[in-house]
Design a protein around this ligand. Structure first.
Ligand SMILES: O=P(O)(O)OC[C@H]1O[C@](O)(CO)[C@@H](O)[C@@H]1O
Length: 634
């Protein structure tokens, strides 16, 4: 017999037949954060408890014009592709390979778009759009307000060439910050800055707390570049999952005393990051450690996090600049400080990015690797994201590249409206892990199943550091197999009309990683211009945050109503419908059921009686009557 979520959660241990009379005990409820902690206001705005009715969510924008797909060029492009098909003649394919292969000699980086089937006619048609995109990029780099909705400049390119800032004070801020990061990392690694409670006086671990752009870049780079024995090892808290947080803290064990906690949040008010910080601070208190002696903040000046760190006297604070977006912040303090603490050469990362920036400023599609990517994306996904981009790095250390790109691409391009206010529902979906591992997971479908993707192969030529390779069969190394798997998959997919492009680097080094980050940042920026969307805002993310705030506000109201009922003599158990009515949220009854289920599953101070398989029969009451709450909440 299928069980409802409630039967599973509320009545753990009880058989379905015995559920009718089961009682589910819940522990004391306390949603209020520790009053001693200053950093406690989440960025999500919780409506006051008086307003626990459903807030109707109307879109702020005026009603937008729906545009037919012909306007975006999608239909004509689709037809052209059908007529053309992919080149199959080996000699012509080789010619195409030679004609389109891009090589950056200094970086040892190649971009091969020969297995994307665009035609010369298409390239010609795209030329005016590209010229507009190059122009827009030039203006952006010169300090234009390239993020009009937020009225912001977009300056991540300045981070690796500070002379390009539109004014000298910004240049100084960038240079000073880089200098401060290098000095701080040196002082931590050398032990000049001490971990006061550590037995050795040294910091040995970094715990990075952040989410989205404040985590994905540092996670990717740590996986790609951290040496086997870094001066400080790094761990991440990138969610508000209590079990995940507990796991990280448990893994640190006694090394908590030698852990440098870096809290990263541009806004300084992201709820998940705030919660991570509060949980870590609690863990510190429980073992008698002074968090302020081990905490570092990376955030915008004067943000809530910045103020907290300043008032509590944390070890250090580093700025996040207003003009650097979260998903393009890897080469700001966000990515550079954690990397430097792991002994990664951050100046090399910046150099790689800077060289790539030079290469991707060239306003000629064929000789600009970022433009080649944008051109390929446009062709392969019809300029409307009709196909997903599967990213397959054939190198374990690049495992997180696809996850990093997922945010960079999807948060930048996934937009409801274009810059003219037309509803376009744009985007480009990105997923992938690594090859050849994924060949044993989903490549079966890619080759033979639904044709809704194109592939980006990331190839690394150097298998191992020099002097370490050996032949596991005559003439064949382990790395040859990896190489063979990549080439084989590329060919096998192409034979079935599945398009792909390949980005090749010599080695995974700080320089090549910096270059790849810059390559994709620029490709996203150019592609956004081609499809006419603002790549630098994320209005859609706010809706989820607002809705989460409404759920938590409703939960407070539910608890308040139950508390009031439990203070009566005798205690008054309430049905879900009664709770909803007293909350003035009749239309939210399903959410109230979920709230009660969740609280019940967590042993808090609620008792639910009734048939768990039939929510309408449930009666709920609180075990405790908090008189203080009675008159304040309602
Ligand atoms: O750095 P913050 O302000 O904590 O934001 C974290 C992430 O949240 C978002 O704003 C939305 O998910 C991302 O763009 C950003 O990287």
């Amino acid at each position: 017999m299928a069980q409802s979520p409630l039967s599973l959660k509320l009545c753990e241990g009880a058989s379905v037949a015995s559920m009718d009379t089961s009682r589910c005990r819940l522990g004391p409820q306390n949603l209020a954060p520790n009053p001693r902690i200053l950093y406690r206001t989440p960025r999500i705005n919780l409506p006051s408890v008086q307003r626990c009715r459903t807030v109707s969510r109307t879109r702020a924008n005026a009603v937008a014009r729906e545009i037919p797909s012909e306007v975006s060029g999608a239909v004509s492009l689709e037809n052209k592709k059908k007529k053309k098909g992919l080149e199959t003649d080996p000699a012509l394919l080789w010619q195409r390979y030679l004609e389109w292969l891009y090589q950056h000699k200094e970086l040892g980086l190649y971009v091969d778009v020969s297995r994307i089937g665009f035609t010369d006619e298409f390239v010609e048609e795209m030329e005016p759009k590209f010229q507009r995109a190059f122009k827009a990029m030039e203006e952006l780099e010169a300090g234009a307000i390239a993020n009009p909705d937020e009225g912001r400049m977009v300056g991540h390119y300045w981070l690796r060439d500070s002379k390009r800032t539109p004014n000298p004070s910004l240049q100084q801020q960038i240079d000073n910050t880089l200098h401060a990061i290098c000095n701080f990392a040196d002082d931590i690694i050398s032990g000049k800055i001490k971990a006061p409670s550590s037995p050795t006086g040294r910091f040995t671990q970094v715990l990075s707390v952040g989410i989205g752009g404040s985590a994905l870049g540092p996670e990717f780079v740590a996986e790609a570049l951290a040496p086997d024995n870094p001066p400080l090892k790094i761990r991440f808290i990138d969610n508000t999952d209590p079990a995940g947080i507990d796991h990280q803290i448990a893994q640190l064990g006694p090394e908590l005393s030698s852990t440098l906690v870096i809290v990263i949040s541009k806004s300084g008010g992201t709820p998940e990051t705030r919660n991570g910080l509060l949980e870590v601070q609690k863990a510190f208190r429980e073992v008698g450690l002074d968090f302020s002696k081990q905490g570092v903040a990376i955030t915008q000046e004067k943000s809530l996090l910045d103020n907290t760190a300043r008032i509590e006297g944390w070890v250090a604070r580093f700025p996040m600049f207003d003009w650097v977006g979260g998903r393009t912040s890897e080469l700001s303090a966000v990515g550079l400080l954690p990397a430097a603490l792991q002994g990664i050469d951050i100046k090399e990362m910046l150099t790689g990015a800077s060289i790539m920036d030079e290469a991707t400023r060239i306003p000629v599609v064929k000789t600009n690797p970022a433009a080649l990517l944008a051109l390929s994306w446009y062709w392969a996904s019809d300029g409307i994201g009709s196909k997903d981009m599967v990213v397959l790095p054939y190198k374990d250390s690049l495992l997180l590249f696809s996850r990093y790109l997922q945010q960079l691409v999807m948060e930048s391009l996934g937009k409801e409206f274009d810059l003219d206010g037309n509803r376009v529902n744009q985007g480009l979906s990105v997923y992938g892990n690594k090859g050849s591992t994924d060949q044993h997971a989903y490549i079966q479908q890619l080759r033979e199943g639904v044709h809704n993707f194109f592939v980006t192969f990331i190839e690394v030529l150097r298998d191992r550091p020099p002097g370490h390779d050996w032949e596991l069969e005559p003439g064949v190394t382990c790395g040859d197999y990896l190489f063979g798997m990549l080439q084989g998959t590329r060919s096998a997919l192409y034979a079935k009309n599945r398009e792909s492009l390949t980005v090749t680097v010599q080695e995974v080094t700080p320089r090549s990683v910096g270059a790849m980050i810059a390559l994709y940042e620029r490709a996203v920026g150019l592609y956004a211009s081609l499809i006419n969307v603002n790549a630098y805002h994320q209005p859609g993310v706010e809706a989820g945050k607002k809705a989460a705030g409404e759920v938590l506000a409703l939960q407070k109201r539910v608890l308040s109503v139950l508390n009031e009922a439990s203070c009566k003599e005798p205690i008054e158990p309430l049905t879900l419908a009664q709770i909803a009515e007293r909350c003035h949220a009749v239309e939210q009854i399903e959410m109230i059921y979920k709230i009660v289920s969740h609280i019940a599953a967590n042993d808090r101070a609620l008792i639910a009686e009734g048939s768990c398989g039939s929510p309408s029969s449930i009666k709920v009451f609180s075990e405790e009557c908090n008189v203080e709450d009675l008159y304040t909440e309602i």
